[in-house]
Design a protein around this ligand. Structure first.
Ligand SMILES: Cc1cc2nc3c(=O)[nH]c(=O)nc-3n(C[C@H](O)[C@H](O)[C@H](O)COP(=O)(O)OP(=O)(O)OC[C@H]3O[C@@H](n4cnc5c(N)ncnc54)[C@H](O)[C@@H]3O)c2cc1C
Length: 839
């Protein structure tokens, strides 16, 4: 009995010490006490106590003496680790080291500091930014329709282009000292969101100069002269910029671009200057066809050592005026029927003076690092905002449509099948908007959150696709038939653009989120890798020893925490006292997920090593868990920031339940497919000791979410806040809004009519061709409804008739004007023919 008590006490104490991440010294002291008890109380046989004591002495002495520990353990492991670690190219290293770690670090730590999240300043607009949104952005939206740009101009109309330039839309992020608007990331995000609720073409046109491109690169890396010359011109739209990275042979694998520049002497403005002879073939370049300033990425070589002592200098970024002889632009691609300017550019042996390299000669070969560091703007702001904008349009329009469109004498939004899709739309949008705002807040705090911006890009564009797909299913034929009154078809066609650019989603999910997250967000992995690169042996040994043993403690602690929180349902996890009581459990559950992710990540990296990089299905699921925790954190932060709106609570609850269930499935996916089955079985017992506790959100909750979408309310307004709400008679969203308001106020009258027909007070048999007006007249005569009520029903039906109308066209649809001309241009000798051949 005494033995059993001793064993249980030892196990409980070990678990408790590990749970609280106790120091090595505390463990040593606790083991010494346990052995002391064993000796004096004879809880175990003497020979066993002796054996355990000897093992303890052998381990405890070096364990607590770092110098000895390094000699006996760490140095050997470091040597093995150096051999095992797959070689990392400079471009890989730049990609991994770029940017900063923010809340993602907490989520990977096993013990997120919720206070830190709750204390993050929630973003808001300055008075000037708000004015811009309320006036300039509204005015811009009122000037365009997607249909007109797509079908009539095949471009933005000239007066819209001019308006965009004049009002500074192309320089929102450029500092005021250079003539830009100097807006915050959040303001930029709000502008992009609103534009995307109205016109994809305007949104993309404004997006590109404000994302990764000449403006952003110049601001961070340009020489003073480059900044003084270009930034004011970009801010005022005197230059139209584009940025060209993608080559036919290097899309996702952009670091392998074959475009090249050879350092050489050349003539520029009558002088002999050092520069590069550049050859490139780029495609898909947004704004390329109308650009005046081409940002170009190419690989620089210096075979004659004119600029230094290396031949392969690496990826380099330059700004080339498109007026420079040899620069070819002007031809266009047609990106899924959207008419923002997008096309190829090419050039052969174009002389680029060294002054045109961004940052000048010292920045030769630094291009990849620059691009990786500046990616956060595009990934973290522009694409998440435009994805959220499209989802807002879909939710606002389709929620209303589902209420006014009737089939089987019932608004389709009240059928459970449609309700299910509406629920997904509402819950997803609440979470998307929360994530968009929190990510912008991080960027405004000065972060360059590499992993978080990847998460936001991937998950918001994916959810936007889900929202728009659901919207299309709900709208049916009306969504498929294109024309000025189709409010969703254009978004449906344009969603794949956001999915594909700035790191296509499959690649981002499979390779980037966890690949970068595990190294950057993990508290020790980057330190271990850095130690392997340390040239000084002593320093390397000290740094690696600290990282290795820190890592071991971290892993053991997360194992214990995962198991204990699994056993206790995480009920005892501490949460800041001031969170909304209805969300308290979510913080606890997410802390459990955090520990479990850290544990699973360590086991995966520890057992699979470099092979994990090729196990994309496993790393994608681990990345999903990290991503879903970030999305949940953003949702909880939003709920607090907006004053715990009770009417919005179903949206928040649904989004979190859904995300937690998906995270559980991702855990299950990793464990079920883990190559080592023994380890998998142990992991399952530790992560889910009492089985899988999370279930899908309930249908009742889903019903509450769907109701928010299909009737006018403050909650619906908050959910779609920032959408462009036109009052123009021919704007399809405005038509829905009018029909929705009229239908909702006519519903009680319709109910009276229905009841009167049912009990025979009004004869519902209408002569062929007779409309609702006849029934209304009979009901009025029978005293069932008043004349005003009758007028309300007829008005609602008339407004609904406008909404459900679809466009039709002459028989040729104007098709004779659309001739494909795919291979009319002569491409240059593709730069896969390497530079030496050209030289
Ligand atoms: C409308 C539009 C605008 C664009 N604008 C610009 C611009 O302004 N400037 C610019 O430089 N580029 C631009 N691009 C290019 C864009 O960045 C690329 O299309 C993108 O990088 C993907 O390259 P790809 O199309 O060649 O696809 P591929 O690289 O051929 O990829 C095909 C598929 O394979 C997947 N994949 C690739 N590698 C892996 C992997 N290791 N693991 C898992 N999956 C993988 C991808 O996710 C994708 O699903 C634009 C593209 C479009 C369509």
């Amino acid at each position: 009995m005494l033995t059993l008590i001793w064993i249980v006490a030892v196990l409980a104490a070990t678990l408790a010490l590990a749970y609280f991440n106790a120091s090595g010294l505390a463990f040593t002291a606790a083991i010494a006490v346990a052995l002391g008890v064993a000796w004096f109380a004879h809880t175990i046989p003497g020979w066993l106590a002796l054996a355990l004591t000897l093992v303890f002495i052998v381990l405890a002495i070096p364990g607590n003496l770092p110098t000895l520990r390094r000699k006996l353990v760490s140095d050997g492991v470091l040597a093995a680790f150096r051999k095992l670690m797959p070689p990392m190219s400079l471009t890989e290293r730049d990609a991994i080291e770029a940017g900063t770690v923010w809340w993602d670090g907490d989520l990977f730590s096993g013990r997120p500091n919720w206070r830190r999240l709750l204390d993050t300043r929630y973003p808001s607009l300055s008075a000037e930014e708000q004015r811009f949104l309320d006036h300039d952005v509204e005015e811009l939206c009122a000037m365009v329709t997607d249909w007109e740009t797509t079908q009539v101009h095949r471009d933005l109309p000239p007066r819209v282009w001019q308006f965009i330039k004049d009002r500074g839309f192309l320089g929102m992020g450029i500092a005021k000292e250079y003539g830009g608007l100097g807006f915050s990331a959040f303001a930029h995000s709000q502008v992009m969101t609103k534009l995307s609720t109205h016109s994809g073409t305007v949104a993309v046109t404004v997006m590109v100069p404000n994302s990764l491109g000449p403006g952003e690169l110049l601001a961070h890396y340009g020489t003073d002269e480059q900044k003084r010359h270009y930034l004011p011109r970009l801010a005022k739209g005197l230059e139209i910029p584009c940025f060209a990275l993608t080559n036919p042979n290097a899309g996702s694998d952009a670091a392998s671009i074959p475009d090249f520049g050879i350092v050489c002497w050349g003539e520029h403005e009558g002088r002999r200057v050092l520069g590069l002879s550049v050859t490139w073939d780029k495609r898909y370049i947004t704004l390329g066809p109308v650009s005046t300033l081409l940002g170009l990425a190419f690989r620089a070589y210096d075979p004659e050592r004119l600029a230094g002592d290396r031949e392969d200098l690496g990826i380099t970024c330059a700004l080339i005026p498109t007026s420079q002889p040899g620069v070819q632009i002007g031809r266009r691609h047609m990106p899924l029927n959207a008419v923002f300017q997008n096309g190829p550019t090419w050039g052969k042996n174009v002389f680029v003076p060294m002054d045109w390299v961004i940052g000048g000669q010292p920045m030769l070969g630094r291009g990849w690092r620059m691009l990786m560091e500046c990616l956060a703007a595009g990934r973290g702001i522009s694409l998440p905002s435009s994805a959220t904008g499209m989802a807002k349009l879909a939710v606002r329009a389709v929620g209303g449509y589902a209420r006014v469109r009737q089939q089987f004498k019932t608004p389709i939004g009240k059928f459970e099948g449609i309700e299910e899709a509406l629920t997904r739309m509402g819950g997803n949008l609440y979470m998307m908007d929360a994530t968009r705002s929190l990510t912008a807040a991080a960027i405004d705090l000065g972060e360059k959150p590499a992993v978080i911006s990847g998460i936001a890009k991937l998950h918001l564009t994916e959810r936007s696709r889900q929202v728009v797909n659901d919207a299309m299913d709900i709208v049916g034929g009306k969504g498929i038939s294109m024309g000025p009154s189709n409010f969703i078809g254009a978004a449906y066609m344009q969603i794949p653009v956001a999915i594909t650019v700035e790191g296509a989603n499959i690649l981002t999910r499979s390779l980037i989120v966890f690949g970068q997250g595990a190294i950057r967000c993990h508290p020790f992995v980057l330190k271990e890798i850095a130690a392997t690169r340390e040239a000084d042996r002593e320093q390397a040994s000290i740094a690696y020893d600290a990282a290795l043993f820190g890592h071991l403690r971290f892993a053991v602690s997360n194992l214990a925490r995962t198991f204990v929180m699994g056993l206790t349902g995480s009920h005892f996890v501490g949460v800041p006292a001031d969170v909304a009581p209805e969300t308290r459990r979510y913080y606890q559950q997410l802390t459990r997920f955090s520990a479990a992710l850290a544990f699973l990540a360590d086991v995966s990296m520890g057992t699979l090593g470099g092979a994990l990089k090729r196990k994309e299905k496993l790393s994608a699921r681990l990345g999903d868990i990290l991503s879903l925790m970030y999305l949940c954190s953003a949702t909880l932060r939003r709920y607090e920031a907006e004053g715990r709106q009770q009417a919005d609570a179903p949206l928040m609850h649904w989004a979190i339940w859904d995300a937690m269930f998906k995270a559980q499935s991702a855990f299950e996916g990793v464990i079920s497919n883990f190559p080592n089955r023994l380890i998998a079985a142990v992991m399952r017992r530790i992560v889910f000791p009492l089985g899988r506790p999370y279930v899908v959100p309930s249908d009742k909750l889903g019903h509450e979410v769907a109701r928010i979408l299909i009737e006018p309310s403050a909650a619906r307004d908050r959910l779609t806040a920032g959408a462009y709400l036109s009052t123009a008679p021919d704007n399809p969203l405005a038509q829905i809004e009018r029909a929705l308001a009229a239908s909702v106020s006519a519903e009680p009258v319709e109910a009276k009519l229905k009841a009167a027909v049912k009990d025979g007070r009004v004869d519902a048999k209408l002569p062929p061709g007779a409309g609702i007006d006849v029934l209304v007249a009979r009901a009025e005569q029978a005293g069932v409804i008043t004349a005003a009520e009758g007028a309300a029903v007829i008005a609602a039906r008339d407004l609904t008739a406008i909404v459900i109308r679809v466009d039709d066209f002459p028989q040729d649809l104007g098709a004779s004007e659309m001739k494909p001309a795919a291979s009319a241009r002569q491409a240059p000798a593709t730069p896969t023919v390497m530079h030496k051949a050209a030289a």
